[in-house]
Design a protein around this ligand. Structure first.
Ligand SMILES: Nc1ncnc2c1ncn2[C@@H]1O[C@H](COP(=O)(O)OP(=O)(O)O)[C@@H](O)[C@H]1O
Ligand SMILES: [Mg+2]
Length: 397
């Protein structure tokens, strides 16, 4: 492990540390800049002080993303990305990259990180959400003045921007056959172009992928078995580079939680231990980094660790799995949490009373709750509340 003297980030190898300082560490960069123009920067307020975010760099409608400085990556993957970028950016090779891994393992973020690292305009399209051919390849409209007009999609704009990074998320969930066929040609290194009616009629040319464009597709590990089999075979063939992502090891997860939330070491560690233990069960339960971050945020807001788990990852599981998860949770409780868990009572209270008038006696709580449903009903509508202006609600009364 290496530590960045600027921001304190720990990174697996010296090579990644160097990359981090050069590309990702905001502190290292701002210090370098400060050194350049020391006198000026001391007297002038920074853009941030005015509450303005630094301006984003745009190429056409595409943004050059900034790197997530807290993104953690294994040395193997970092090195592989280095090799691919040498091929694409230095040798002008056509290299489609697939990023494959379980949900929430950082695939989408990795594509964006790569774009940030290349300082390249970035576009991300979702194969699951974008269904129509128009959304992918653009559409045409006819106007009296201009005749046939082609409305470029963001996807085509990105493909036609030299040096762009274009991500296709969840590729194997793509349903539209004609989009699949079009993509196949665009991905094919010997073609890199496709004739699409809309653009052909308006501009008389095919869509052509510009030089140094890097196309990155993500898909969930295992989804080739549940998705569209023919698509999988054809399209997966177009990706000679395949990066296998997995959830980071426990210590890296702890570091991610500590950097991205205000969780302290102990909290972060216990959350990650819980996730590791779930993964070690006979029928493993996978917890995504997205969920871990959410749990850490809830604990930081004062949630009991059980509630933090319940209201994020446990609630959506079937009862049998919930039981297993709760049993595993017992193993990470502190003595205080165990005590609190044993003694705390859940009471049902009228919404109106909020937390101020906590009803400790369940009988009273029951009575109050009953009273509330009877009294309140539609009466509030007459008081000029939000329902008053709603004619349907009014009639219902
Ligand atoms: N290696 C990592 N380092 C830091 N944060 C990560 C990492 N992997 C995932 N995350 C965070 O977890 C969340 C989910 O990641 P995402 O890239 O959307 O996963 P996927 O596309 O695999 O479902 C994001 O908030 C992301 O920033
Ligand atoms: Mg994703």
């Amino acid at each position: 492990m290496e530590t960045c003297e600027n921001c304190g980030a720990t990174l697996p190898t010296q090579a990644i540390l160097d990359m981090h300082k050069k590309e990702f560490c905001e502190k290292a960069q701002s210090e370098a800049k400060a050194k350049e123009g020391q006198k000026k920067s001391k007297t002038k307020p920074k853009a941030k002080a005015n509450g303005k975010k630094p301006e984003r760099e745009m190429i056409g409608r595409l943004e050059i993303p900034t790197a997530d400085p807290y993104y953690m990556i294994s040395s193997e993957v970092a090195e592989e990305i280095g090799r691919i970028l040498t091929l694409v950016d230095e040798e002008g090779a056509i290299e489609n990259v697939a990023v494959i891994g379980p949900r929430g393992s950082g695939k989408t973020s990795l594509a964006k990180q790569i774009a940030a690292m290349r300082k390249s305009p970035y576009h991300s399209a979702s194969a699951y959400l974008q269904r129509s051919s128009d959304e992918w390849f653009g559409s045409e409209t006819i106007s009296l003045a201009e005749g046939m007009v082609y409305n470029k999609s963001m996807f085509v704009e990105a493909l036609e921007t030299p040096g762009a990074t274009v991500a296709i998320q969840d590729l194997l969930l793509m349903q539209n056959k004609s989009v699949q066929n079009g993509l196949n040609d665009l991905l094919d290194p010997s073609m890199r172009s496709v004739w699409v009616d809309a653009i052909a009629r308006a501009l008389g040319r095919p869509i052509r992928v510009a030089p140094n464009v890097l196309i990155i597709a993500t898909w969930n590990a295992g989804s080739s078995y549940t998705g569209n089999i023919t698509l999988a075979a054809n399209i997966m063939d177009r990706f000679p580079n395949r990066i296998m992502m997995d959830y980071p090891p426990e210590e890296a997860q702890v570091a991610i939680l500590m950097r991205k939330t205000s969780a302290d070491y102990n909290t972060a560690l216990r959350i990650c231990q819980f996730s590791s233990r779930l993964r070690q069960l006979e029928e493993p339960i996978e917890v995504s980094i997205r969920s871990l971050l959410q749990i850490a945020k809830k604990v930081e807001l004062g949630a009991h660790i059980k509630d933090a788990m319940m209201f994020t990852i446990i609630a959506s599981e079937e009862p049998r799995v919930q039981t297993k998860m709760l049993a595993t949770l017992e193993t990470i409780y502190t003595p205080e949490e165990k005590q609190e868990e044993r003694t705390r009572k859940v009471v049902w209270e009228a919404w109106e009373d909020g937390g101020e008038d906590m009803v400790k006696d369940p009988e009273v709580a029951k009575a109050k709750a009953g009273k509330m449903t009877r009294d309140v009903e539609w009466d509030q509508a007459e008081e000029g509340g939000q329902f008053a202006s709603n004619p349907t609600r009014g009639n219902a009364k």
